[in-house]
Design a protein around this ligand. Sequence first.
Ligand SMILES: *Cc1c(COP(=O)(O)O)cnc(C)c1O
Length: 384
Amino acid sequence: MKNNKRIYLSSPHMSGNEQKYIQDAFETNWIAPLGPNVDAFEEELASYVGMKGAAAVSSGTAAIHLALRLLDVKKDDTVFCSSLTFIASANPIAYLGAKPVFIDSEPETWNMSPQALERALTDAVHSGNIPKAVIVVNLYGQSAKMDEILTLCNRYGVPVIEDAAESLGSFYKGKASGTFGRFGIYSFNGNKIITTSGGGMLVSDDVEALAKARFLATQAQDPAPHYQHSNVGYNYRMSNILAGVGRAQLEVLENRVEARRAVFDRYYHELVSISGITFMPELENTYSNRWLTACTIDKERTGISVQELIEILSEENIEARPVWKPLHMQPLFADADFYAHSESENVSEQLFQTGICLPSGSNMNEEDLSRVINSIRNSLKVEV
Ligand SMILES: *Cc1c(COP(=O)(O)O)cnc(C)c1O
């Protein structure tokens, strides 16, 4: 079995057109810095999601860092953030010396719980410590309950940063994921739905703020004939070569979303009838890119834990992963406050105990899918 081809969780899927844009860059010697592919990639992405502008940067993490800077987040400020997410959502809070407060998930989207957010905001108002920003994550492609979250944040005038690193190509009530907050961010890391090998994008309707983001991302160089700097800047811009890869990838985004949704549908139809397996829901009026197919495994009913299943799949050369370990459980953030969904329900911890992400690449073929499905069926200690 070990000689089977390895099936990855989510591997890069090139369109074949990337070379054309890279070739253009070589022919005009626009290797770096910046260049026409960067400008075009920004315009094409902004227009696809329906925002006024975009700034292409070296990673999604860099985009979050810039968004926090643009919102003037400083040392000892408070920033709220979804707890059930990848560490990159919150690392930039730490870069700025600010304090994260983590908000639990709710069961219908696995994303930020509006009722936990409301309690956190009420407490923040009472203690005179209103957050400078709220970072809302759209996990595995599923949009958070943006209407409820925005209503609460608007009530207290708190700007929202939408971490749409995993949800490019998803929609919430007909509007593109990543376009709901003051700023949205996308990632083009190698495992994301489209990739530039590494990269990110900051989007906004505030074009002045985006101009400032580009300034901060190029070492904050003041307009002067000599090298002059009055602000701390970063080297965060995307290269013209990688932006070329991004342009070709954006052309096939919809295709990639359809393929990932088909992967989800296949798992769903093959496994949904098994008692103890529950799939991540898709909230009504939302369209998920199904970046990763995620489900929960009830050990009592399936006879197997998530850890055991991941090990068995790994022996078959299949990569599966647990869902993100909530950030409020991370040693790095041991001192941070956390607001659970309710007094009796800690949804993110529950999902962490029982959740698994299955291989979901848009380049998986029929044989790959059958292999994963059969391995899962064979590993369950119940009649299926
Ligand atoms: C991938 C990811 C990021 C960071 O993106 P990079 O481009 O890898 O820096 C941020 N947030 C979430 C939720 C992610 O999954």
